[in-house]
Design a protein around this ligand. Structure first.
Ligand SMILES: [Zn+2]
Length: 89
C-alpha cells in the first residue's frame, strides 16, 4: 500500500509531463530509428545535452533530432523511437 505521503513525493519528483529527461538516459550513446522512414542515427548524450539541455524530455528530443517529414501530419506521426529503450521481447 502506498501512503499519501509517498505518493506525493513521487509526483513531486516527476516532471510535469511525466516524461523521462535526457539526463537520466542510461547510455552514453543515444540511438534513434524510425518505423515510418529509413531514418536512423546515433548521437552522443553529452553532445545532445550541450545542444538541447539536460532537462529536455526524451519524447520531445526525439522529434527535434529526427525533424521527420511525417512529424505533425495527422495520422502519420513520425515513428521515431529510442532503439535502446524498446523493451526486449
Ligand atoms: Zn520518421
Amino acid at each position: 500500500m502506498v501512503s499519501a505521503l509517498n505518493f506525493g513525493a513521487i509526483v513531486f519528483a516527476m516532471p510535469q509531463t511525466g516524461a523521462i529527461l535526457l539526463n537520466v538516459f542510461p547510455l552514453k550513446m543515444v540511438r534513434l530509428a524510425c518505423t515510418r522512414c529509413p531514418r536512423k542515427g546515433q548521437y552522443r548524450k553529452a553532445t545532445l545535452i550541450q545542444e538541447y539541455g539536460a532537462a529536455i524530455s526524451l519524447p520531445t528530443l526525439r522529434l527535434l533530432i529526427a525533424k521527420c517529414e511525417h512529424d505533425g501530419k495527422l495520422g502519420t506521426a513520425c515513428g521515431v523511437y529510442y532503439v535502446d529503450l524498446v523493451p526486449k521481447k
